[in-house]
Design a protein around this ligand. Structure first.
Ligand SMILES: Cc1ncc(COP(=O)(O)O)c(C=O)c1O
Length: 450
């Protein structure tokens, strides 16, 4: 083991003990919660060992846990809270909606206005609402299958598109089951998925147009869609290499494969018009959730009118809460009053300030890590060179991440406990908030190097 890894282990031990000491009320709430909820949480992604930190409140860029500890929030509800907490414009819209009826299961004018806003902003011809990213990718895939008459789908190794069976393959495959670099296996993330499902989900590496070209030449006429994040955001951040998205676009068109961009994380965070605007490649369908709802449960998918027209021709796309007026009001206020084009300039400046501060600390202390800066999103990954795909992610030094998390949390920086996540900055973050992060991180890097 090298010196830095040994130092990380010592830091992790000390900081984890200090964290447990500061979060005793979370420990007590966990004991209560675990009696009524598996793992003591509402979603498995919220769990942590030995218990998660339970939050009580969020305002602006800050959150407070049940022990009363205050943090600057860089977790952002897994990338949802680009508006920050309790933004007055979003609060006002939700209050108004709450006073005039929270649910009808009948489309309201607010929902129509939100559909128009999504279409304009993300260059979609039509859109259908759902309640989560999972539903968005599930419905988009069904549409692609219906439109092409093909059953098989293609996804990227190491990508997460929600928790429905078709996409629960090769999300974070272990090295012993992931197959060779040239032929990644379709490995289920969970038990309970019919074994047969694997036959219909094929996997290719990110940033490898040759592998995609080969697979589509061999089996293109079986494949309904390629679903991909245009920038991977569930293994830190992996940027598309120049020309890769253009090649993917061209290959899908050539083989009649529907190109679906999963913009659940990138939409409304990496640019006003999401990754489609930032990287300049347009998919056939795109999926949204998280930040587009301004903190309410909202998802959507949309794109080419001829494909969306399949819904009118009988392809199932429904849901009691689709277009719910409370969520629609929050989303409309978030997109039209808060996450305006100007807001992205501010988010970009804050993101760069944060990324530059982290890069400086990494360089000064010789830490084997790199930083990605992408508007409201960014991350430190503990590998010297940027990642190109999932297999590069497996080379990250997990001990360094394991030490960084409690170190940062103990210094008032709230982050997700998994190294697959990244930071999210909101429009309510200040330079002072950014300095809290960069100061804590600089301290971590010098402790590692000491
Ligand atoms: C890229 C991507 N797609 C889809 C999803 C699923 O979204 P949800 O958790 O809203 O179902 C996620 C969730 O993290 C995601 O990161």
């Amino acid at each position: 083991m090298d010196d830095i890894t040994e130092s990380a282990k010592r830091i992790a031990e000390r900081e984890s003990a200090a964290l447990l000491d500061r979060t005793r009320a979370s420990g007590r709430l966990f004991e209560r919660a675990v009696a009524s909820m598996p793992l003591g949480v509402a979603s498995t992604f919220q769990s942590n060992d030995p218990y998660p930190i339970y939050l009580r409140e969020g305002r602006g860029s800050h959150v407070w846990d049940v022990d009363g500890n205050e943090y600057v929030d860089f977790h952002g509800g897994f990338g949802t809270m680009a508006v920050g907490h309790a933004h007055p414009k979003v609060v006002e819209a939700i209050e108004r909606a709450a006073r005039t009826g929270t649910h009808f299961a009948v489309t309201t004018e607010t929902t129509v206005a939100l559909a128009e806003e999504l279409c304009k902003r993300f260059e979609l011809e039509q859109v259908r609402f759902v309640n989560s990213g999972t539903e968005a990718t599930m419905e988009a895939i069904r549409l692609a299958r219906a439109a092409t008459g093909r059953d098989t789908i293609l996804k990227i190794e190491g990508s997460y598109h929600g928790h429905h069976d078709a996409v629960m393959f090769s999300v974070v495959p272990n090295t012993d089951v992931m197959g060779g670099r040239d032929a990644p296996a379709s490995t289920p993330l969970s038990r309970g998925i019919p074994a047969d499902t694997a036959r219909h989900t094929l996997v290719v590496p990110f940033n490898d147009a040759e592998a995609l070209e080969k697979l589509l030449s061999d089996r293109g006429d079986e494949i309904a869609c390629l679903i991909m994040e245009p920038v991977m955001m569930n293994i830190g951040i992996v940027l598309p290499q120049p020309g890769y998205l253009e090649r993917a676009r061209e290959l899908c068109s050539r083989h009649g494969v529907v190109l679906i961009f999963d913009e659940v994380k990138s939409g409304a965070t990496v640019a006003y018009g999401g990754a489609t605007e930032r990287f300049g490649v347009r998919p056939d369908l795109a999926c949204f959730a998280k930040a587009v709802g301004g903190g309410a449960a909202l998802g959507a998918f949309g794109g080419r009118a001829d494909l969306m027209g399949e819904i009118a021709r009988g392809v199932a796309a429904m849901g009691t809460f689709n277009g719910n007026p409370l969520s629609a009001a929050a989303g409309l206020a978030a997109l039209t009053q808060v996450l305006t084009p100007d807001a992205y300039e501010g988010l970009g400046k804050m993101g760069t300030l944060l990324a530059e501060g982290c890069s400086r600390a990494i360089e000064e202390n010789g830490i084997p890590a790199h930083v990605i800066d992408l508007g409201a999103k960014g991350c430190v990954s503990y590998r010297p060179q940027p990642l190109r795909n999932y297999r590069d992610f497996l080379e990250c030094n997990v001990e360094l991440f394991a030490a960084s998390w409690p170190w940062m949390v103990n210094r008032g920086v709230f982050m997700t406990p998994g190294d697959e996540e990244q930071w999210t900055i909101s429009v309510q973050h200040s330079e002072e908030d950014i300095a809290r992060y960069t100061d804590a991180f600089a301290g971590f890097c010098s402790a590692l190097a000491a």
